[in-house]
Design a binder for this molecule. Structure first.
Ligand SMILES: [Fe+2]
Ligand SMILES: [Fe+2]
Length: 183
């Protein structure tokens, strides 16, 4: 893996870690019919800002256009499929948010949407890691990958900002300690 694709694969690790936490919250909700609403809102915040706005934003705004330019098809091709899955993921996040929107947890609604999201994103990440990004490494020249990486940094600064990035990672770390006993 090279430069830009490596950066996205590193972010996949953080997203997968978030999904493990979300799965534990789902388990709690399934077993007791209840879960910590603040933790759910923190997870939704992480998924919306980090997984979707930042990570999917970099893919959709920079990496995928570079791949299209290099000849990988969008419609009816792997890029179109990835875009569809991003949209589906947004719908599941919206559904999770709706399940806590009243301030009380609608447990069944939450567990269904969260489980669907976890399945979707795990498979999605697997496809990018094993098919699309290795393809990117084969067709994008080194200088284009390097340029993408620089554009990613600017994108992050402009769209998310360092402060929010750090806050999201801190929250993820705390939730990891609580739900996965990580240090
Ligand atoms: Fe993606
Ligand atoms: Fe991705």
């Amino acid at each position: 893996m090279n430069y830009a694709s490596e950066d996205l694969i590193n972010e996949h690790r953080d997203i997968l870690f978030g999904l493990r936490i979300l799965q534990e919250i789902v388990k709690t909700a399934e077993q007791s019919g209840d879960a910590d609403i603040k933790d759910i809102n923190d997870m939704i915040d992480f998924l919306r800002l980090f997984a979707d706005k930042c990570h999917h934003g970099k893919e959709e705004g920079l990496m995928f256009p570079a791949l299209e330019e290099a000849g990988i098809p969008n419609e009816r091709g792997p890029i179109g499929q990835m875009l569809k899955e991003h949209i589906q993921g947004r719908q599941y996040i919206a559904e999770m948010a709706a399940s806590v929107g009243s301030g009380a947890l609608q447990a069944d609604r939450f567990t269904q949407a969260a489980a669907d999201y976890i399945d979707l994103l795990r498979e999605h990440i697997q496809k990018e890691n094993t098919v699309l990004f290795p393809m990117a490494d084969r067709i994008l020249p080194d200088d284009r990958q390097q340029q993408l990486l620089e554009q990613f940094e600017i994108f992050e600064e402009e769209v998310i900002g360092k402060g929010i990035h750090e806050r999201l990672h801190e929250t993820l770390h705390k939730l990891g300690e609580k739900y996965l006993n990580t240090k």
